[in-house]
Design a protein around this ligand. Structure first.
Ligand code: NAD
Length: 251
């Protein structure tokens, strides 16, 4: 692994177009469970699909119950070593962009400017009306919930939903376009903490690799791209990223 860390660090040093792509695995060390690991969210809950959310009050209530359960870990979460190491690369002028599937906002909290972050699946700290598109903050949402609303609704009559992409819901057009463009133009592309099973997000490393980028995967479990990448590091995101960034800094 030390050798792999050195290779990754050397590639970052020589890179002019570094793109990092993160999934739920970078935030588990901040206390936010991922979906697919043992003890992950799917062990506890079944996902509510977008059309169910829109068509059934029962489904909306179930969705909001899950969201409130997530809030227990989200509200006390802070960026960890992994997020901070990526922020360090940004400070050093080494990071072109960060594409994330995460909805927790921890990359922005780590000090990376919003314009450098592409949130492919949205952000759960914002809430949107599905009819008039009005955005409200989590604090405003919490007030409605505290007042007894189990599935908050907008004054226009529309349903409020966290501004994230549910199964069966369309991807944000501009974010997806930027992610494809950045991936295709990257020279080093690093995947951190993702099963690479959720499409189309998981196509980004493929676009990068096909266009000639050096592909690094840092993940605890297998991914479908393990045999296609240039360096595969099986380890905890926080430790691995810290070690890599320390080597980038060291000379
Ligand atoms: P996933 O849950 O499918 O996979 C997470 C991967 O990270 C697994 O392969 C796991 O082995 C690995 N992992 C877990 N802890 C790790 C660690 N400390 N170091 C390295 N690897 C680690 O996650 P995904 O691929 O991101 O897809 C899940 C979807 O769920 C995404 O679309 C995302 O929007 C959403 N999600 C987001 C959050 C969040 O915002 N924090 C949390 C759960 C799910």
């Amino acid at each position: 692994t030390n050798e792999k860390i050195t290779i990754a660090a050397d590639k970052i040093k020589a890179s002019n177009n570094l793109v990092i792509f993160t999934g739920a695995g970078i935030s588990t060390e901040s206390g936010i469970p991922d979906y697919r690991s043992q003890g992950g969210i799917w062990d506890k809950f079944q996902p509510v699909y977008f059309d169910e959310f829109m068509s059934s009050k029962k489904a909306r209530i179930k969705y909001w119950e899950q969201r409130l359960d997530m809030e227990k870990s989200l509200s006390v979460s802070k960026p960890n070593k992994g997020h901070k190491s990526i922020a360090k690369l940004h400070e050093m002028g080494k990071l072109k962009a960060l594409i994330t599937q995460n909805i927790d906002g921890l990359h922005e909290a780590s000090g990376i400017p919003a314009k450098k972050i592409i949130e492919l699946h949205g952000n759960t700290r914002r809430v949107r009306c599905m009819s008039c598109s009005k955005l409200i903050s989590w604090e405003e949402t919490q007030k409605m919930i505290d007042a007894g609303e189990k599935a908050p609704e907008c004054s226009c009559g529309g349903y409020f939903k966290p501004d994230t992409v549910s199964f069966g819901q369309a991807m944000p057009v501009e974010e997806t376009r930027r992610a494809v463009e950045l991936s295709t133009n990257s020279d080093v592309f690093i995947v951190v903490g993702s099963t690479l099973l959720v499409q189309p997000a998981a196509l980004m490393p493929e676009y990068a690799k096909n266009a000639g980028a050096f592909l690094v995967i840092i993940n605890l479990s297998e991914t479908p791209y393990d045999t296609k990448c240039d360096v595969l590091i099986r380890g905890k995101a926080g430790d691995v990223l810290k070690n890599i960034v320390n080597q980038v800094i060291s000379d």
